[in-house]
Design a protein around this ligand. Structure first.
Ligand code: NAD
Length: 422
């Protein structure tokens, strides 16, 4: 399944949503689509065996119209400039949908982190930070974890950034460990945000999470935490996969056991007692709700007809192509789009950033309560516009975001003119 053309998919969706938002000014749309800055760097490390290796890495700063750039850093062999541009752009849209005062950015290193030791991963992270520290910062660009990066990675970046800049700046990244200024509730934020959206969307049609069946592709931060929350709310997880295999159980998988197995470094391929299936099979499972929580470009025109679920909660970024979207819409599958459904992560990242800037520590209950309010408000606004304009949730969410970015761009000039470049 290809990830090519993800940025192109973003620009096409902006054009479609602009029609709903009533924005016709081509210059404005060009400004919304074009990344403000693209950094490509080489990242050298010394390997444990004494040899040297150089990796290619990126930081794309898409939009600062509404605030400092914000977005994760991914370590994956398929990371490309096109992918990072798309992920950065989606962040600009996402921060606008949930209306937090941040822009959008994203970073990535083209590397298979499974081939590196812990010492080499630390060296890679510090070397990458050394390359980009001048262009990030608490008021400039604030990275966070994404696929194959975690709180340890963020702690290394914060420490290296401090060393390079001779400052103590925990607010330079979010998703840190609690010991280094991380926020309570950040670990479960993406899944909780998705849960709130799903809860309200099902509620609006008289359905409920309790008793529903769920299939999940990807069992990392987003997917595993979603499994825990949905299971706790009475749903049955009937299929799940990680990058090695899928496991199925019509009467419900033992979520706690799967989470424990993964936490110990295990993979689904070495789970005893289960027949193993290909990693994409949960996409086609007989389930009420499908949760793509792995990578982009998974549901395409080639397989959208095979999706059985009536609801799709997109915790991954960009899992559905526009062509697949059209097929799903025709088949009346309800898609809760990534830019709304997985925004919980960036919302609590924003809370972490605020806590660091104000040297505060909020309790988990406070974080979760605030997150629930923010997500429900965003859902309500998107749902209203989708109903009013008879548009998909995705296009409605994009339209709201584009309007907000346009408002910020217009405010840059007292005469309401759009300033082309700062
Ligand atoms: P992660 O590294 O914690 O987990 C990724 C999971 O996907 C792992 O279980 C991995 O084994 C699995 N996976 C990889 N390729 C797969 C494949 N082909 N089939 C099935 N499973 C596969 O990453 P994460 O943070 O959970 O991110 C997952 C997705 O959610 C990404 O698209 C990411 O951009 C998005 N997302 C994450 C957050 C967050 O806060 N972590 C926020 C918003 C969006």
């Amino acid at each position: 399944m290809s990830t090519d053309g993800a940025f192109d998919r973003f620009t096409r969706t902006v054009d479609a949503a602009a029609a709903i938002a009533g924005i016709k000014d081509a210059r404005l749309l060009e400004r919304i689509k074009t990344p403000e800055r693209i950094h490509e760097v080489s990242v050298p490390i010394a390997r444990d065996d004494g040899s040297h290796a150089i990796f290619t890495a990126y930081r794309v700063q898409h939009s600062s119209a509404r605030g400092p750039y914000k977005g994760g850093i991914r370590y994956h062999p398929n990371v490309s400039l096109d992918e990072v541009k798309a992920l950065a752009a989606w962040m600009s849209i996402k921060t606008a949908v949930v209306d937090i005062p941040l822009g959008g950015g994203k970073g990535g290193i083209t590397v298979d982190p499974k081939t590196l030791s812990r010492t080499e991963l630390e060296a890679l992270t510090r070397s990458y930070t050394e390359r980009i520290w001048r262009v990030i910062g608490p008021q400039v660009d604030v990275p966070a974890p994404d696929v194959n990066t975690n709180s340890q990675t963020m702690d290394w970046i914060a420490h290296e950034y401090g060393r390079q800049s001779r400052t103590i700046s925990p607010a330079v990244v979010t998703g840190k460990s609690l010991a280094h200024g991380g926020s309570a509730g950040r670990d479960t934020a993406t899944a909780q945000g998705g849960f709130e959206v799903l809860h309200d969307a099902l509620g609006a049609t008289g359905e409920s999470i309790d008793g529903a069946t769920v299939a999940i592709q990807g069992f990392g931060n987003a997917g595993a935490n979603a499994a825990i929350l949905l299971h706790r709310a009475g749903a049955r997880v009937v299929a799940a996969s990680d990058s090695t295999a899928a496991v199925f159980a019509a009467d419900g998988l033992p979520v706690g056991r799967l989470v424990e197995h993964k936490a110990k470094g295990g993979s689904f391929a070495d789970l005893a007692d289960y027949e193993k299936r290909p990693t994409e099979d949960p996409l086609f499972a007989e389930a009420d709700i499908l949760v793509p929580a792995a990578l982009e470009g998974q549901i395409t025109s080639a397989n959208a007809e095979r999706v059985r679920a009536r609801w799709i909660l997109e915790l991954a970024n960009g899992p559905t192509t526009p062509e697949a979207d059209a097929i799903l819409e025709r088949r009346r599958v309800n898609v809760l789009p990534d830019i709304l459904a997985n925004a919980g992560g960036v919302v609590v990242s924003y809370y972490e950033w605020l806590q660091n800037l104000h040297t505060e520590k909020w309790l988990r209950e406070e974080v979760e309560a605030r997150l629930a309010v923010t997500m429900r408000r965003a859902y309500e606004r998107v749902s209203e516009l989708a109903t009013f304009r008879r548009a998909s949730f995705r296009l409605a969410a994009y339209a709201i975001a584009i309007e907000r970015i346009v408002a910020a761009l217009r405010a840059e000039s007292s005469e309401g003119r759009i300033v082309l470049g700062r």
